[in-house]
Write a protein that binds this ligand. Structure first.
Ligand code: VHF
Length: 752
């Protein structure tokens, strides 16, 4: 009835051309002998030789290697895997060093460096750590080093474990955007049943749907005696990896030299398919290993991280309206009004399962169905308080509002779609209110106060910081300098223009005009003049009268000339004034726009203060690694704070590349762009709060028939709980930074 349809996609092709990346996972059984725990040197050497070959063929290779416990067992002289966690951790601590020494030696023969990467689930649970790990892998591969990954057994408590290295290898493959995940095991491929006990078991070569495969094969084999995995964990791993867009291949650990053959067979198939395009395309029938095809709708990195990188801390039960809203194509955020129940204890920003209850077909029972998983904006106690209520009521209920929704749609990963809404038995805690028309009309799911608070905060910080920031002063100076330069250029231009205009004017100077006018005088006047000159020359007797008339003429001419000159100089002056005025106006405009652009740019992405170091941790750390080339883990708290001031300055003056303002947003945009570039037609629509509001309005209009929730906590208690929760987060951060927080920080005392 339900489909496992992940609609958010990882782009089919990455924007940056990358080498094909292969993750190879070796189980304990491929490393140690099951009886003696001696290292399997022959197959390990073969593996190393194969990896060297693959590197020569331009592949990036990462190894995920089990075997710490197995290798340690031999070293400490134990004959079987210990039962207690502490003992296992101790044995793994002994074995891990030896295991790395073995790899070091083998790769050393080829002059290839290796790196040990020990991961835990909780170290990937924080987005910043996840991104750091990903960066480390990228750098290691760029350095031509072979990363060798294992779970950090020594520090792991049972609930923080990946549990098996099959899962860890899939998570690693997803993290590094690997193209292939090879799971090396003690069988050549997957069989429909255990081939050791059932001779009728048939090989499975190609898997397109893991869920479907589970229905037709028996994968109960527990795995080897010394490892922890088996086929079950391999299927989980293959499912994870294919959700991340990676092809998984199960094959024999004792014959690693088959890996290049498998890749060659695939490449050959692709070559044939490309050279003779046919419809339907030529089906690929692998002859080696079991291949799990990458899912076409691979998840975006962040969503994949939410789904697979994080451990789940609790459960939120959704009513039918909420299920419909979060699972339909135009996804909505999860609002408190659609929450029917909360279970477990969790804090804001932890990962929580979203489930609902549906009637069984015979209507006799209820069955829990997982809808998805996501990061919450409120703690379990807060959600218990606000469930069933509109977002506009959150502030009144809690005394504060952190977000208009319980879970933002970008933080939700839907795992099941197509749920028949009519079978859902859960009712929203607040949906029993009789909706009136006016209720619907004033259904402000995102209260306007949030916007005004945001705005006023931004305004405040802007006005505060414009006078405070030295960078701003620098930029102001810079702009002043630029304006000075502009003025110089302007002056030079003006000089040039003036010279030019004088050149131009000289061409049309009064003299010239006069000359022109003279030249253009009417033929009658010309004839008159010539006549008069002729008459003057011909009639010398009338010299006095002619001299008088000459004098008169000269005078007239002079006055005309003066008049013309005056007129021309006046028009020249006017022109100059006009030009000057125009220039002044232009300067003023430029000055205004340049100063307003500085103001607009300053704080354009918000204003950070030193207190925001943790809020912007992911962006800051990524910037540290990528821009400053500094490993954050190498910085002590003091240095970290100092470098953060630098980041803060860059941030506030809006001089950073877009990525470092909002990493998640940047990743989303990248993915959309990449998909668009790849010609994908399934672009994710831009998120808009208004859409969400509208969607929610519609859906709350349609479904409003529950009861008012029974509130478990008073507003005071909730405020106290929030304080305790914040203090715990602060204490945790202090601990991570190497401080010892006060014992009382984050401890809640029961009142009488
Ligand atoms: N971290 C453990 C891995 C345990 C494990 O998953 O083993 P396996 O099932 O053989 O892959 C070790 O190194 O021994």
């Amino acid at each position: 009835m339900f489909t496992n349809n992940m609609s958010q996609q990882r782009p089919a092709s990455s924007s940056t051309p990358h080498k094909t990346t292969i993750v190879i996972k070796l189980g304990t059984s491929s490393i140690c002998d099951e009886e003696t725990f001696d290292p399997k040197l022959a197959s390990l050497s073969l593996l190393v030789e194969t990896i060297i070959k693959l590197r020569k063929e331009n592949y990036h290779v990462i190894i995920v290697s089990s075997g710490a416990v197995g290798t340690g067992l031999r070293s400490v002289g134990l004959r079987k895997r210990p039962k207690s966690l502490g003992e296992k951790q101790a044995v793994a601590a002994v074995g891990q060093g030896r295991l790395m020494a073995l790899y070091y030696q083998l790769f050393g023969y080829f002059g290839v460096g290796i790196a040990q990467v020990l991961l835990t689930r909780d170290c990937l649970a924080e987005r910043a750590h996840y991104l750091n790990a990903r960066n480390t892998f990228r750098h290691l591969l760029r350095l031509n080093v072979v990363p060798i990954v294992n779970e950090n057994d020594t520090v792991n408590s049972s609930e923080l474990r990946f549990g098996d290295n099959d899962t860890l290898s899939a998570i690693t493959a997803g993290m590094v955007d690997a193209d292939y995940l090879f799971l090396l095991t003690d069988v050549e491929c997957l069989y429909t049943d255990n081939p050791r006990t059932n001779p009728a078991a048939e090989p499975v070569r190609l898997v397109t749907d893991v869920a479907e495969l589970r229905t037709r094969v028996n994968v109960d084999s527990p795995g080897s005696g010394i490892g922890t995995g088996g086929m079950v964990t391999k299927l989980v791993a293959a499912d994870l990896a294919s959700a991340a867009g990676c092809r998984t291949i199960i094959t024999l650990g004792s014959a690693p030299e088959k890996i290049p053959n498998i890749l060659a067979e695939l490449a050959e198939h692709r070559r044939i398919a490309k050279s003779s395009p046919s419809t339907p395309p030529v089906a690929y029938e692998p002859t080696m290993g079991t291949h799990f095809l990458p899912r076409e709708n691979a998840l975006l990195d962040r969503k994949w991280w939410i789904l697979h990188g994080l451990g789940v801390s609790g459960t939120i039960y959704l009513d039918a309206g909420a299920v419909h809203a979060v699972t339909r194509r135009e996804r909505s955020s999860l609002f408190a009004v659609g929450v029917a129940r909360v279970s477990g204890y969790f804090n804001a920003q932890q990962s929580v399962r979203l489930v609902t209850l549906v009637k069984t077909p015979d209507d006799t029972e209820e069955r829990e169905v997982e809808v998805g998983k996501g990061l919450v904006n409120y703690s379990s106690a807060e959600i218990a308080r606000i469930k069933g209520h509109k977002s506009g009521e959150i502030e009144a209920l809690l005394g504060y509002i952190d977000s208009g929704c319980v879970m933002h749609r970008d933080s939700i990963v839907v795992t099941t779609t197509g749920i028949d809404i009519s079978t859902i038995t859960l009712k929203g805690a607040g949906r029993n209110k009789n909706p009136t028309r006016s209720d619907d009309e004033k259904d402000p799911e995102i209260p306007t106060e949030i916007h005004s608070v945001e705005r006023s905060r931004r305004d405040r910080s802007h006005s505060r910081s414009t006078s405070r920031s030295p960078r701003y002063r620098d930029r102001d100076d810079l702009h002043r300098d630029h304006r000075e330069q502009d003025r110089d250029v302007g002056r030079r231009r003006r000089d040039y223009n003036d010279a030019d205009s004088s050149r131009r004017t000289s061409r049309s100077s009064p003299d010239r005009k006069l000359r022109g006018r003279r030249r253009s005088r009417s033929p009658s006047s010309r004839s008159l003049s010539s006549r008069s000159s002729r008459s003057s020359s011909s009639n010398s007797s009338s010299s006095s009268s002619s001299s008088a008339s000459r004098h008169r003429r000269t005078k007239k001419k002079k006055s005309r000339k003066e008049k013309d000159q005056y007129k021309s100089s006046k028009s020249k002056k006017d022109k100059k004034d006009k030009k000057q005025k125009k220039k002044e106006k232009k300067d003023k405009k430029r000055k205004k726009s340049s100063s307003s652009s500085v103001a607009a740019r300053y704080g354009a992405h918000g204003i950070l203060t030193a207190a925001d170091m943790y809020r912007k941790e992911a962006e800051f750390r990524t910037w540290l690694v990528e821009v400053k080339d500094v490993n954050p883990e190498m910085l002590d708290n003091y240095k970290m704070k100092n470098v953060f001031l630098e980041y803060m300055e860059e941030y506030n003056t809006a001089t950073l590349p877009p990525k470092y303002y909002d990493l998640d947003k940047w990743e989303r945009e990248q993915s959309i762009r990449q998909r668009a570039e790849a010609g994908g037609d399934d672009a994710i629509p831009e998120f808009s709060i208004m859409n969400d509001e509208e969607n929610l309005k519609q859906h709350s209009k349609a479904l409003r028939a529950g009861k008012l929730p029974e509130l478990n906590y008073s507003a005071d208690q909730l405020a106290e709980l929030k304080q305790v929760s914040d203090d715990r987060v602060a204490a945790d951060r202090l601990r991570k930074m190497g401080f010892v927080p006060k014992d009382s920080l984050g401890v809640r005392y029961e009142r009488d």
